[in-house]
Ligand binder design. Structure first.
Ligand SMILES: Cc1ncc(COP(=O)(O)O)c(C=O)c1O
Length: 294
């Protein structure tokens, strides 16, 4: 059925001055085994990743994703990824994508136990159809993330701001949301502040002001939220990063979960509260997110 693409990368050192990294890439059959059983990514989830949206062969916001990959590597004590090498790998993956929407994944694993280098690879595959979430919206529930707002600063070894491969908790949170009759969840801190969704950032609207939880509280700084804030500012709206108490979810005029592949999903209900939404504004946000962005 659908096309897929996979490229193994021999990671270059940060001081590598080559301009062409083609010799460090090996295209592999995405349906064939490619990792050894000693891989720490599979044994311990010890690694980091990025998911990049692709529209008609154009990879969106590549620099923002590469910069976050570098940030996650720093938090996890992984060797700093050679950004030009990854840029070239992303270009090859994007060239393998056809028309329509796709997703490119970048994965940097700690590698094999006691092995010499990390293991790195890039994949591309068609994206799922998210048109219903973008137009009809999603119902969400708040779920406790189990730590306080100051935990990331007090315990950096928890890697709370890194996009690690350990997404078992995020997936369990989505299952709990489904059990409660919702489509998605908003994580809250144990001391009553709003964080993010398991795979998306949260944006709230209060009048003509758009706010999102400050990314210093152990959440990912979303590339989609960043890009959307630039767009909203260009349209004359005010935007801001705030420490948001859970009670504000009851007074916001509108809310969206935003991420690289699903894009902007309007929130139609938070816990018991129904939200009206603004179909025209959501449509214009998604039209912007679907346009080529660098
Ligand atoms: C936990 C979490 N927060 C936020 C995001 C949104 O990030 P981005 O907009 O860069 O996709 C993601 C994306 O997968 C995520 O997993």
């Amino acid at each position: 059925m659908a096309w897929h693409f996979a490229l193994m990368i021999d990671p270059a050192g940060s001081g590598d001055t080559r301009s062409d990294f083609a010799g460090t890439f090996t295209e592999v059959d995405p349906a064939a085994p490619a990792l050894t059983v000693g891989e720490l990514s599979t044994q311990r989830g010890d690694g980091i990743f990025e998911s990049i949206g692709v529209i008609d062969g154009h990879a969106q916001e590549v620099e923002a994703h590469l910069s976050r990959l570098g940030h996650s590597a720093r938090l996890c004590d992984l060797p700093h990824p050679h950004l030009e090498q990854w840029r070239q790998a992303v270009a090859l993956a994007a060239a393998a994508c056809g028309a329509g929407e796709a997703v490119i994944k970048l994965i940097l694993s700690r590698g094999i136990e006691h092995g010499p280098t990390p293991t790195a690879w890039v994949t591309a595959a068609p994206a799922a159809d998210f048109s219903a979430a973008r137009t009809r919206g999603i119902r969400v529930v708040t779920l406790d993330r189990g730590y306080a707002l100051d935990t990331p600063a007090r315990a950096p070894w928890l890697l709370l701001g890194a996009k690690t491969l350990s997404y078992a908790v995020n997936m369990a949170t989505l299952r709990e949301a489904h059990r409660r009759g919702a489509d998605d969840a908003i994580f809250t801190t144990s001391d009553g502040y709003v964080l993010e969704a398991p795979t998306a950032s949260l944006i709230l609207r209060r009048g003509d002001v758009f706010v999102t939880p400050a990314p210093n509280a152990g959440i990912l700084h979303g590339t989609t939220q960043l890009s959307l804030f630039e767009h909203l500012e260009a349209r004359g709206f005010e935007t801001g990063y705030e420490t948001i108490p859970v009670s504000e979810l009851q007074t916001a005029d509108a809310a969206w979960l935003v991420s690289s592949v699903r894009l902007a999903a309007p929130v139609t209900a938070i816990d018991e509260r129904e939200l009206a939404g603004d179909a025209a504004l959501t449509a214009s946000m998604n039209a912007y997110l679907l346009s080529p962005r660098d």
